[in-house]
Design a binder for this molecule. Structure first.
Ligand SMILES: Cc1ncc(COP(=O)(O)O)c(C=O)c1O
Length: 401
C-alpha cells in the first residue's frame, strides 16, 4: 500500500472539533474577490488598521539586533513589566509582573489555561452564542463545553443566576469573554462580581477573556483583575493593538499557579515569538498609545453609524454593542441566516457570518457583522444590502416565527 494513502486512526477528540466557519467563509469571499468581484469583508474579526509605525520600526530594530533566540517560557521580563505598568496606568491596578505569562495570542493563552485546568469529563460553562473556538479549547483537553443559551434580556451575557442554575456536579468552571464575540456586549461589572462570587462558592475556576477590553466604548473599561487574584485573565495584542498575525497574547494567573503554567508553557510551546515580544514593547510608548486611542474612537464612530443603519434596514440589533467590533443582528425577517449570508455574498458582494458558527441557540436567526473596516466601506455595504434586500416594509414580518 502506498504509505500516503494509509488511513491513520485519529484521536476521537478530533470528531468533537468542527472547522472554524469564519475562516472558511473568509476563504470563499476571497475566492470571489479573485474572480474580480468587489467584496466588502464584514466577516472576519480582524482590525483593518495594522500595527502602528512605532511598533513596526521596533520590529525592524529587533531583527537588526538579532533578537531571534528563545525567550523564557513565560516571556521576556521587559514585556511582562510593560504589561504590568500598563495595568497600573490604564486601569489603576497593581499586578505583579511575575503573574504574567506571554503566549502565542489569546488562542495560546486559552489553550494553556485549559491544559492546566480541564480534566477528562469536566464541564465548563460558556455562553451560547460565544466565540466558536472556546468550546474546542475545552474539548481539546477532553472536557465538556456546556453552552448556556443567553439572549437580549441579559445582553447575551452570563449572569450569576444562569451560572448557578447550569452548574452541575461535573462543572469545574466557566470561560467567559467581556466584551464578547460575536455580540460586542460586556458583563456589567457588578454582575461580574456576582458571577465570580458564585464560582468561588463552588470552588470552580473562572477564566475571563479580556481580548476586547481595550475596545470598550461606553465608559471606562474595568478588568476583572479588580475582583481578586484568583481569576485567570486572558488578553492579546491581536485586537486593541492591531497585531493579529504577530501571534502574541498573555495570561494573568493566580500567584500560586505561576510555576504550573510556566512548566506547561515550557513543554507545550517553549515561548512566544521572540521578535514579536521585543517589538511589542513599543505598543506601550505614549505616542503609540495615542494612536490606539484615536483608532478606538474610530471604531466607536463606526459602531454609531452601522448599528442604526442596520436597524433601518430591518436587520435588528436588539442590544447596542458596547465593545469589540461586532454587531449581532437578527435577520429572521429575511429568512435563514445561512441562506441570507450566501445571498448577500453572491448578490451584494458583502460578506457576513451566519449564526451557526457561534453556537446552537437559534443560529438561523442571527448574523455577525464585523465593523473592523473603514466607514466608507460600511456606507457602501449598507447601500448594497438595501439594494439586495429591499426596504423593511417590502420584507414583511419575520419569516422564521
Ligand atoms: C473572544 C476571542 N478570544 C480569543 C480570540 C483569539 O485571538 P488571538 O488572535 O489573540 O489568538 C479571538 C479572535 O477573534 C476572540 O474573538
Amino acid at each position: 500500500m502506498n504509505p500516503s494513502s494509509r488511513s491513520l486512526r485519529l484521536a476521537s477528540r478530533t470528531e468533537a472539533i468542527s472547522p472554524f466557519q469564519v475562516m472558511e467563509l473568509a476563504k470563499r469571499a476571497r475566492q470571489r474577490e479573485l474572480q474580480g468581484h468587489p467584496v466588502i469583508h464584514l466577516s472576519i474579526g480582524e482590525p483593518d488598521f495594522t500595527a502602528p509605525a512605532p511598533v513596526r520600526a521596533a520590529l525592524e530594530r529587533a531583527v537588526r539586533a538579532g533578537h531571534s533566540q528563545y525567550t523564557a517560557a513565560n516571556g521576556t521580563a521587559e514585556l511582562r513589566e510593560a504589561i504590568a505598568r500598563d495595568y497600573q496606568q490604564r486601569h489603576g491596578l497593581k499586578i505583579d509582573a511575575s503573574r504574567i505569562i506571554i503566549t502565542a495570542g489569546a488562542s495560546g493563552a486559552l489553550t494553556l489555561a485549559c491544559s492546566a485546568l480541564v480534566d477528562v469529563g469536566d464541564e465548563v460553562l460558556l455562553t451560547d452564542p460565544g466565540y466558536p473556538c472556546n468550546r474546542h479549547f475545552v474539548a481539546a483537553f477532553d472536557g465538556v463545553p456546556k453552552g448556556v443559551p443567553v439572549d437580549a434580556g441579559t445582553r447575551f451575557q452570563m449572569t450569576a443566576e444562569l451560572l448557578e442554575s447550569n452548574w452541575t456536579q461535573r462543572t469545574r468552571g466557566a470561560l467567559l469573554a467581556s466584551p464578547a464575540n460575536p455580540t460586542g456586549t460586556s458583563i456589567p461589572f457588578d454582575e461580574l462580581g456576582r458571577i465570580v462570587a458564585a464560582i468561588r462558592a463552588r470552588s470552580g475556576f473562572c477564566i475571563i477573556d479580556e481580548i476586547y477590553l481595550g475596545l470598550s466604548y461606553d465608559g471606562p473599561a474595568r478588568s476583572a483583575l479588580e475582583l481578586g487574584d484568583d481569576l485567570i485573565i486572558c488578553n492579546s495584542f491581536s485586537k486593541y493593538f492591531h497585531m493579529t498575525g504577530w501571534r502574541l497574547g498573555w495570561l494573568v494567573v493566580p500567584p500560586g499557579l505561576v510555576s504550573t503554567f510556566e512548566k506547561l508553557a515550557q513543554n507545550l510551546f517553549i515561548c512566544a515569538s521572540s521578535l514579536a515580544q521585543h517589538a511589542a514593547l513599543a505598543c506601550f510608548e505614549p505616542e503609540t498609545l495615542e494612536i490606539y486611542e484615536v483608532r478606538r474612537l474610530a471604531f466607536a464612530q463606526r459602531r454609531d453609524f452601522i448599528v442604526p443603519a442596520l436597524r433601518t434596514l430591518g436587520l435588528d440589533v436588539p442590544v447596542m454593542p458596547d465593545g469589540a467590533f461586532y454587531a449581532w443582528l437578527d435577520c429572521s425577517r429575511f429568512g435563514h441566516s445561512d441562506v441570507l449570508a450566501a445571498r448577500l455574498l453572491e448578490q451584494a458582494n458583502v460578506s457576513l457570518v451566519p449564526g451557526h458558527d457561534f453556537g446552537m441557540n437559534e443560529p438561523h436567526r442571527w448574523m455577525r457583522l464585523s465593523y473592523a473596516t473603514g466607514i466608507e466601506s460600511l456606507r457602501e455595504a449598507v447601500s448594497r444590502i438595501e439594494a439586495c434586500l429591499g426596504r423593511p416594509q417590502d420584507a414583511g414580518p419575520s419569516r422564521l416565527g
